[in-house]
Design a binder for this molecule. Structure first.
Ligand SMILES: Cc1cc2nc3c(=O)[nH]c(=O)nc-3n(C[C@H](O)[C@H](O)[C@H](O)COP(=O)(O)O)c2cc1C
Length: 303
């Protein structure tokens, strides 16, 4: 069995790295490999849409294919990335954007089991990194068994005290291949708080409609709030065509193809429109600032 740990932290020996190592250490005798997204050459998506239609690969010849091949060749995956300013660390987002090139490629993946760890350093400042990490795993066509957002500030905090128990539980879940019992429930413990979560994807990013309906902002599922044991739960329709069903993924591919066709057909019209705005040349570059400084027109030159 091959177990892959994906880390997205620039901090060597940081909480994400140690958390992954702790989980991997629970698989003695197995092949264990780790990748730090920060060490890969992963460039920004250029929005060229060369990857549309389905089957075409991303044209950027960097390490994206390396990452994807590693996912395909692994039997278990652990992903760990910290919260940075209420979102997930940049390297995850950069890689995530590139996964638009494999939106409809789910038949080529095995829905490999995955657990996610999200260390954050400042109580109540965990933000939405956990949801971005769930999306990252889903876009890699992985099967998320559990996610844990753990308070860990100084390097090493992720593998101390209660956090260590949490990591061991994640390792056990990964071994069993079964989702955590709370995964799929509409109330979960997130950062020590009991919160309503989407029973479909585990997200706590929920939109409450004036009529009382609830929409998951990650998978798009619609739910109803209902009273239970003095509190609330979410009633979920398991047949809802949420964003991660194969039909929705196919629909996304169709949509991209349709929009690309439309773009190619209306290219001249779009160019003419852009032309109109290109005259509005208000861009200011570091070179412009340097010239301005040389001319002695500092920050206060207009005063
Ligand atoms: C630039 C930066 C932004 C951060 N923003 C947050 C934040 O918004 N919320 C939070 O709880 N912790 C924040 N942290 C703290 C990290 O999430 C925390 O230290 C975490 O353990 C780092 O994981 P690592 O050791 O794997 O890099 C931030 C750290 C850095 C360097």
């Amino acid at each position: 069995m091959r177990i892959l740990g994906i880390v997205s932290s620039p901090r060597g020996g940081g909480n994400s790295e140690l958390a992954v190592k702790e989980i991997l250490s629970r698989f003695p005798g197995e092949e264990r490999v780790m990748i730090n997204l920060n060490s890969l050459d992963l460039q920004n998506c250029k929005a060229c849409y060369s990857c549309v239609p389905l089957g075409k690969k991303c044209r950027i010849g960097d390490d994206l294919e390396f990452l994807i091949r590693n996912i395909k060749h692994s039997d278990k995956v652990v992903i760990a990335a910290p919260t940075y300013l209420l979102g997930v660390h940049t390297a995850v987002k950069r890689a995530l954007d590139r996964l638009i090139s494999i939106v409809g490629d789910y038949p080529k993946f095995n829905e490999t089991d995955c657990v996610i760890v999200n260390p954050y350093g400042y109580a109540d400042w965990e933000g939405s990194a956990r949801e971005e990490l769930i999306l990252f795993a889903k876009k890699l066509h992985l099967k998320v068994l559990a996610e844990e957002t753990i308070l860990a500030t100084l390097p090493g905090d992720s593998v101390r005290g209660e956090n260590l128990d949490v990591l061991h539980r994640l390792a056990d879940l990964l071994k069993s291949g079964k989702p955590a019992p709370e995964w799929g429930e509409s109330v979960q413990n997130v950062c020590g708080r009991r919160v309503l979560t989407c029973p479909n994807c585990g997200s706590s990013l929920l939109q409450i409609m004036p009529a009382g309906d609830v929409r998951c902002n990650l998978c798009g599922s619609m739910m109803k709030l209902s009273r239970s044991d003095g509190g609330y739960i979410l009633e979920y329709d398991p047949d809802w065509e949420h964003h991660f069903t194969h039909r929705s993924l196919d629909a996304h591919v169709d949509y991209l193809m349709e929009k690309k066709k439309l773009f190619l057909e209306s290219r001249d019209e779009i160019k003419a429109l852009q032309e109109k705005y290109s005259e509005m040349d208000w861009w200011f570059t570091p070179e412009d600032l340097r010239k301005r400084d040389e001319e002695g027109k500092g920050e206060g030159h207009h005063e």
